[in-house]
Write a protein that binds this ligand. Structure first.
Ligand code: ADP
Ligand code: MG
Length: 694
């Protein structure tokens, strides 16, 4: 315990229990106080043996009248106890000499377990027991059972938690009015949850609906809101180049040159972004919009604003295929306006690469498109004003951290008079964050949402078939291709085995080649060299190739409006948001499109609910909500990786009202009682506050 031990002890070897406690995050007194029971055992009551019924979990007390080791049917300790009226048999299949000693004839024991009808009447197998005398009082509160690890016995954990709880400073730190009316105090709530009175409904404790739990969840959500809002305030103290929108400037020219007009939603988000860019604080905005909602053109319009002012813009995508597609689109839109676009990926080497790097360093390239190669060490920007990151959650943690530090260096010292400038950042995602998550884990992001698809799209029809209907599906492909349309066939990524993965895709490719003679059928997988991938992709994009068999490399962002059929093999192996992303590859033109989900029974319950969600809705927000339900917030959106600590107590699916209350309190606290806010964050997050900012 940090408070108990002086810092000089830190280099001393730690005892095994101490290490185990640290593993559980138990260091400060307050950490122990906040280590809450998973469930409870009731040792507050004692019933007569005569009242036991088969299946009862209960506590009885009696004197041992017989204790012996039996050898048949297997070695076991069999003990008989007697209360004033009846006998009960206790059976221990694993036992130590200490058991035999404690359960010797004449000993008085209190025993708790499940009564089962045995051959000789009721018995308990492996009950908990302890030696008592007639005066030993019953427990006055329910006995807590704590989350633990193998090295920590419950009895020890109960002791250290109880002492942490008694020592911890749990005084009310929040000023009146910042806790919702009628909530229990933190001290009362914790005392209660660690040692609940026996008359409480155990259910409301275990499902966290009890008022004591409400207080804990509120506190936790408040700490989380506060730390996120503080991160946001810090960001607002940083400075960025301000890009005022210019009448008759590049953005206007680009708008005029587009072959379509923006949807209402696109217009709105373009304005939101322009407002951010015009400020002197760095933008930190997430642009979310369902697949096909037209985020790329919004990115281009944002880039145009920065470029107009003589700054550079970088656009990064998680895969080379996706980056290349952006490149093609952006070059098509921006080159006619006289803008030089550079292209940087890992596979680009040698002279071509050196030339690109020189263009980026000199500022000649106003827009740089690529994969994470854009943020590698050798890349120097003349002056980067805006970074756009597509499908940002697909970048790994390392890449995101690298990006952050790259961004900090890459305004190249401009604005040095008032301290360094930070570029603006715009992140894009087709996986909308459900509202509660947006308000909690991502509270320091501003969010723009495109909630409308471009006109003239026909919603994709989704069909579910067991794998034995494969032939019918192949026939459907034949029809589709005969009409001049194009087809994707996606095979699952088999994580454990890239080889199997490939075999699967190769076999399907072979099968389709045989079934559709005379058709050009492509194969695309992760292990192909980038140039080969690009070649296949361009045959498909140009319409020469009718069918593309692929592992999940096509997952994000590929845009071929003429594709009208998407077949997903082993759909049961895909995550829900992945399925939705894949489905979004079709239905991008005016033709009616179909997504066929092929599955191989039997289906697990979660696979069933994923496929059902796909059948029920095309709406990315609804899909995201269901995904959150199915997977829980921990896995959603890679939140676990993002460094944001997961909520231990609050459940975002159930506690939305509390999230709103915590949000309102956090805003008020920061405005009026910043010191109380600081104390609260420290109490709850302790040393973790730093890494929250990453
Ligand atoms: P996503 O949001 O999934 O990244 P894209 O930016 O790839 O979507 O856009 C999907 C397709 O829709 C592209 O072909 C794009 O050019 C087209 N598009 C975008 N906005 C509009 C619009 N307002 N009207 C018509 N087509 C549009
Ligand atoms: Mg996209």
């Amino acid at each position: 315990m940090a408070e108990a031990s002086p810092p000089s002890n830190e280099n001393k070897p730690k005892s095994a229990p101490q290490r185990a406690l640290e593993k559980l995050g138990l260091v400060r007194d307050i950490d122990f106080a906040l280590h809450l029971p998973l469930r409870y055992e009731d040792e507050t009551k004692r019933v007569p043996i005569a009242s036991l019924r088969d299946g009862d979990v209960a506590q009885v007390e009696g004197v041992v009248t017989d204790s012996r080791v039996q050898f048949r049917p297997r070695r076991q300790l069999v003990v008989k106890i007697h209360d004033s009226a009846d006998d009960l048999v206790l059976r221990f299949l694993n036992f130590y000499p200490s058991h035999q000693k404690a359960l010797a004839e004449g000993a008085r024991v209190r025993v708790r377990g499940e009564a089962r009808g045995g051959f000789f009447g009721l018995e308990m197998v492996h009950p908990a027991f302890k030696a008592v005398d007639e005066a030993t009082p019953l427990a006055r509160a329910l006995t807590p059972v704590y989350p633990t690890t193998a090295q920590l016995p419950q009895a020890y954990l109960r002791k250290v938690v109880a002492s942490g709880l008694s020592r911890a400073d749990l005084s009310e730190q929040l000023p009146p009015g910042s806790v919702p009316a009628g909530m229990m105090s933190l001290r009362d709530a914790l005392d209660f949850l660690h040692h609940p009175a026996p008359d409480v409904s155990i259910e409301t404790l275990e499902d966290h609906s009890h008022p004591a739990w409400q207080r804990l969840k509120f506190e936790e959500l408040l700490a989380q809101q506060l730390s996120q809002l503080k991160a946001k305030q810090e960001r607002e103290r940083q400075r960025a180049p301000a890009f005022a929108l210019q009448a008759g400037g590049l953005q206007e020219k680009l708008l005029a040159a587009l072959p379509f007009s923006l949807t209402e939603a696109q217009r709105r988000v373009v304005e939101e972004i322009a407002r951010d860019l015009a400020r002197e604080t760095p933008m930190h905005r997430l642009l979310q919009g369902d697949v096909g909602s037209g985020k790329t053109v919004v990115a281009a319009l944002a880039a145009a604003v920065a470029i107009q002012q003589g700054w550079q813009c970088a656009l990064m995508a998680p895969t080379e295929i996706l980056a290349e597609q952006h490149l093609r689109k952006l070059v098509g839109w921006l080159a006619p306006l006289g803008i030089t676009v550079a292209w940087l990926t890992g596979s680009r080497k040698g002279k071509g690469r050196r030339e690109m790097l020189a263009q980026v360093a000199s500022g000649e390239a106003a827009l740089v498109v690529g994969t994470h190669a854009v943020i590698q060490d050798q890349v120097e920007f003349a002056r980067l004003g805006l970074a756009i990151i597509d499908e940002q959650h697909r970048f790994g943690v390392q890449q995101r951290l690298a990006l952050r530090s790259k961004l900090q260096q890459s305004t190249n010292g401009r604005g040095a008079a008032e301290g360094p400038l930070e570029p603006h950042t715009l992140m894009m995602s087709a996986t909308p964050i459900p509202r509660t998550l947006a308000m909690t884990l991502f509270a320091d992001l501003d969010i723009s949402t495109i909630d409308e698809l471009p006109p003239g799209r026909t919603p994709v029809v989704t069909k579910l078939f067991a794998d034995d209907k494969r032939d019918a599906v192949v026939a459907r492909i034949r029809d589709e291709v005969a009409l001049g349309r194009q087809v994707y066939w996606v095979c699952p990524l088999i994580e454990e085995s890239e080889t199997l993965d490939l075999q699967n895709a190769t076999a399907t490719h072979q099968q389709l080649c045989e079934a559709l003679p005379g058709q050009m059928i492509g194969l695309l997988h992760g292990r192909m060299p980038a140039a080969e991938k690009a070649a296949v992709m361009s045959l498909f994009t140009s319409g020469q190739m009718g069918v593309l068999v692929s592992t999940t490399v096509i997952e994000v962002g590929v845009d071929v409006p003429n594709a009208s059929l998407m077949v997903i093999e082993h759909a049961e192996r895909f995550g829900l948001s992945q399925l939705h992303q894949l489905r979004g590859r079709v239905g991008r033109g005016a033709v009616a499109s179909v997504c066929v989900l092929l599955y191989t029974p039997p289906l697990s319950e979660t696979a069933k609910s994923r496929l059902k969600a796909m059948m029920d809705t095309n709406d990315g927000f609804e899909i995201a909500r269901r995904d959150l339900d199915i997977r829980g917030p921990g896995e959603f959106f890679g939140a676990r990786q993002s460094g944001a600590p997961l909520l231990r107590f609050a459940d975002l699916a159930l506690d939305e009202p509390l999230v709103h209350q915590a949000r309102a309190s956090a805003l008020a606290l920061l405005a009026k009682h910043p010191q109380a806010a600081e104390r609260h964050v420290t109490r709850w997050l302790g040393s973790k506050t730093d890494y929250l900012k990453a």
